[in-house]
Design a protein around this ligand. Structure first.
Ligand SMILES: [Zn+2]
Ligand SMILES: [Zn+2]
Ligand SMILES: [Zn+2]
Length: 313
């Protein structure tokens, strides 16, 4: 009978999450376990939802599902990617975009912590965990508590919420310390390491994050990985969020909020008004700087390619 099998996934999951928060202020070695435990804990909690739907869903290969294997624990449990997919398709449960972004961060950092030298600082970890918990706690409340998997007065659930407040206050303190520097940035960019909006370009290619208090290596690649959703564009069409930069010509030019553009390679930050598209015959409406005559009137602004075409004609 399946009824007599209790995997304690929610209990163990909450224990793991709590343990992970507990080790954050400790040594580097403990920080690594914070990441490993946090990831393990959240996975366990999510797996419970699959288990309640149908116990075979927690097997990586549903066709291998076997009640005796389930009983003894001798099976390959569903991996993260499949877990998220099954929650969506089997349980009609799609995670909030911000929560799934933070889980993506967690999974990546967890892999780094497991296989490589661990480098993230406790500040950076706290900043990310605050954001993760900010989305995870409402999820636990609306899904796990509502469905009766977690009791709303569960001591561990209450403690997790308390950790969020402590870390949140701490992160706010740190942000206050760097307030002047951040205010002075013309267009602050979001940091792919701490996820705070505290990054400045310090020269053409280097970026510095005031929260992390260091240069961010591979800023453009990391920024694309976390913050630029090219997938929806490829899947559903519409405008490509990544364009060619009118200054350096790298395909790293993106639209920020409002009317602000930025190039993640060379750091130029033109506004919408400063840009237009080339009306020439060669390119397909390439983005160019809008030319203005000395009287302030707008003139047709051609890209280099189209200008070459006219010159050769
Ligand atoms: Zn940062
Ligand atoms: Zn550029
Ligand atoms: Zn052109």
């Amino acid at each position: 009978m399946i009824e007599d099998i209790n995997l304690n996934m929610v209990d163990n999951g909450l224990d793991f999450v709590l343990k992970s928060l507990d080790t954050i202020d400790k040594s580097d070695e403990d920080l690594k376990y914070s990441l490993l435990n946090l990831h393990a804990g959240i996975q366990l909690i999510l797996k419970e939802i699959l288990f309640q739907k149908d116990w075979s869903l927690i097997f990586q290969k549903v066709e291998d599902a076997d009640i005796n294997k389930l009983r003894t624990g001798d099976f390959s449990s569903v991996n993260y990617k499949t877990l998220i997919k099954r929650l969506k398709h089997e349980c009609d449960l799609e995670l909030d975009k911000k929560l799934s972004d933070k889980l993506k961060w967690l999974k990546k950092e967890r892999n780094i912590a497991e296989h490589y030298q661990f480098v993230v600082s406790s500040d950076v970890l706290k900043s990310n965990i605050v954001q993760l918990l900010t989305y995870l706690i409402p999820f636990l409340k609306t899904v796990m508590v509502e469905m009766g998997y977690i009791s709303s007065d569960d001591d561990r659930f209450i403690q997790i919420k308390e950790y969020l407040h402590t870390f949140d206050a701490y992160v706010d303190e740190r942000l206050k310390l760097i307030e002047d520097e951040v205010d002075a940035i013309h267009v602050p960019m979001k940091c792919p390491v701490c996820f705070q909006e505290t990054v400045d370009f310090i020269d053409e290619t280097d970026t510095f994050c005031h929260f992390c208090d260091e240069q961010i290596e591979g800023f453009a690649d990391e920024y694309f990985y976390y913050f630029v959703d090219r997938y929806s564009y490829i899947k559903d069409g519409g405008d490509d969020p990544v364009m060619e930069c009118p200054s350096c010509e790298y395909e790293t030019f993106i639209f920020l909020d409002g009317n602000q553009y930025v190039c993640l390679s060379c750091g130029v930050k033109p506004t919408q008004e400063e840009l237009t598209t080339c009306p020439g015959p060669v390119c397909a409406e390439k983005i160019v700087y809008r030319l203005q005559s000395s009287e302030g009137e707008y003139e047709p602004s051609f890209c280099e390619m189209c200008l070459d075409y006219f010159r050769d004609a």
